[in-house]
Design a protein around this ligand. Sequence first.
Ligand code: PMP
Length: 305
Amino acid sequence: MEQYGQWMWKDGAWIEPTDANTSIMTHAIHYGSGFFEGIRAYHTEEGPAIFRLREHLERLVRSCAYYHVTLPYTVDELEQATMELIERNGFEACYIRPFVFLGTPWQALMPTAETKVHVAISCWPLGEYFSKTVGIRAKVASYRRVSSTMMPMQAKAASNYMNSQLLKGEALRDGFDEAIALDMNGNVSEASVANIFLVKGKTITTPSLDCSVLDGITRQTVMQLARDGGYEVVERHIGRDELYVADEIFLTGTAAEVTSVIEVDHISIGGGVQKVATEMLTRYREAVTGQLPEHRDWVTFVKSA
Ligand code: PMP
């Protein structure tokens, strides 16, 4: 359990990771009623900097709300707990996982007013999710992204990740690094745990939110950074064909940060050029470490232990 540091926060108490157990008689385990966030804290000279903490926690509240689940803690309380968690564990940089799940009573499909809403926050060191040096190879997945006519895809709900597992699993088994999913209408949607952007000249295009796309916080960030850098940023429906003739493709996400896709379905994208992706990654790294004066409010500093 060393990777999790010494402390976790669960239901308002500080516990050791080895005590973070739950019974299999739990609603979330049987019916998938879990909601979570993925946040990163970055090392800076001013101490660990948590990137867009409040926006992540507000999304967690919204994710729960889609399913009529009310969090027993305020965003302020969760913010404080997250900062103290990093301070207590003494991490300079880490990945942070706030997690909400329904406990007992669990036997019936529908949770009741008595069903306990648990909240836990843990953190652990996390390096690069994808190597940034070479870029990755992706395939268009045979499974589609779940439609918001079936489940609210703006909710970062644990159950959505069965779809993500199918997408990613197929890609890995077929020798690729990542999957690109289409939505129910055949438009480009997103990767398994990251949003997608296409570059054509000075225009950067990303699927609009009605394409079963999570409203990624890195997506919002990169759109802003691109506009700051003089690019035109467009959100619209993107056809599959457009992937193959893009100048560049990159993925964005808290884990993935900004990662170039250099090949889709064995077709080289723009001859492997990663100019815009590299520029965005550089700007992103400045943003997450509080080096962009105009975006300092994106960063919450934790005083080093
Ligand atoms: N789409 C999905 C399905 C994801 O799981 C993630 C990761 N949270 C993203 C997009 C990117 O979101 P963010 O930039 O907020 O991490």
